[in-house]
Ligand binder design. Structure first.
Ligand code: KPL
Length: 308
């Protein structure tokens, strides 16, 4: 997803602009090296493909002076991945997490504190979907929406400006004054689609087409809605099921990130998604046996694949 955003933002730069105005920062990898050599090869949903030059680096110092940093690493890697940047970000920079799960903004706030100063940390959600098919190669598998907001919920001109920049780069984005509700709605969608598709080994569309998988999502949706409501963000199970249905349709061809992680022997985001719901549920005394079961089963499968 980070590569998709970097490719979209790089393509939107005016001709002749300094290519390092958009930077893809990541750890050294074959993916990053391929992008440095050849750019990003992006296949769109209609099958057309293009090569987009993207300035990619693992040198934290190159990020110095950035006014916006979009974080799209796995939830469990949040703190470690941004720590190298902390001395290069000014207090008026905006760090925007569009990651899955709960708790990313808090992790960013603590990881980015430097000499008593840290940048603004704002949050958002996206239901865009992309799949890395090979190093440097990406397929846009789902056209979704992106919504961004501030912890205080107030929309200011800077937030609005970021939404406009992303929208102009072909990442349709809205600035909203109830971001926590959106985060919970997306969390509820991920808490159903991700483990259910990962356990069944199916594309996202299966959760709207297969009655048994739909039932499983329904159970998870009711639990998550009850927890959100108990913590003061009223959500009803039907609203969550409608959102699951919409996302499963818009990203039908996609294999969820949890399925891809399991298949590639990687650690999944289960702790930041269903695990976070279980923790919140404990705090509010809400029973969530289906979410607990998802955590146990995905952990068991991570162990079987010796996920890193
Ligand atoms: O966020 C996703 C994920 O896979 O993590 C969705 C939106 C479900 C797309 O697959």
């Amino acid at each position: 997803m980070g590569t998709l955003m970097a490719a979209r933002l790089s393509s939107a730069m005016p001709a002749g602009a300094d290519p390092s105005q958009v930077i893809l920062f990541g750890r050294p990898s074959e993916h990053l090296a391929t992008i440095q050599r050849e750019g990003v090869t992006l296949t769109e949903r209609d099958g057309s493909a293009s090569v987009i030059p993207v300035h990619a680096t693992s040198e934290a110092a190159e990020v110095e002076g950035s006014d916006l940093v979009i974080v799209l690493v796995k939830a469990w890697a949040t703190g470690a991945s941004v720590k190298p940047l902390k001395s290069y970000l000014a207090r008026d920079a905006v760090v925007l997490t569009l990651q899955n799960g709960l708790g990313n903004a808090a992790q960013l706030r603590s990881a980015l504190l430097h000499d008593g100063v840290r940048p603004h940390v704002w949050l958002g959600v996206t239901t865009q979907a992309a799949l890395r098919t090979a190093p440097g190669r990406l397929t846009h598998t789902g056209e979704g929406i992106t919504v961004i907001g501030r912890r205080s919920n107030e929309v200011n001109s800077r937030l609005q400006e970021i939404a406009t920049t992303l929208t102009n780069a072909n990442i349709p984005t809205s600035a909203v004054d109830d971001i926590h509700r959106w985060v919970w709605r997306k969390l509820a969608v991920n808490a159903a689609i991700n483990p259910v598709t990962a356990l069944a080994g199916v594309q996202n569309r299966a959760v709207r087409e297969n009655a048994d998988l739909k039932d499983a999502c329904q159970l998870l949706a009711s639990e998550t809605a009850a927890v959100a409501t108990a913590r003061g963000l009223p959500l009803d199970a039907q609203q969550v099921m409608d959102a699951i249905d919409d996302v499963a349709e818009a990203t039908g061809d996609n294999r969820s990130s949890m399925l891809v992680d399991l298949e590639s022997g990687m650690r999944t985001e289960i702790d930041a998604i269903n695990g976070a719901i279980v923790k919140e549920a404990q705090r509010h005394g809400v029973p969530v046996p289906a979410n607990r079961l998802m955590v146990s089963l995905i952990h068991a499968l991570e162990g079987r694949g010796q996920a890193r």
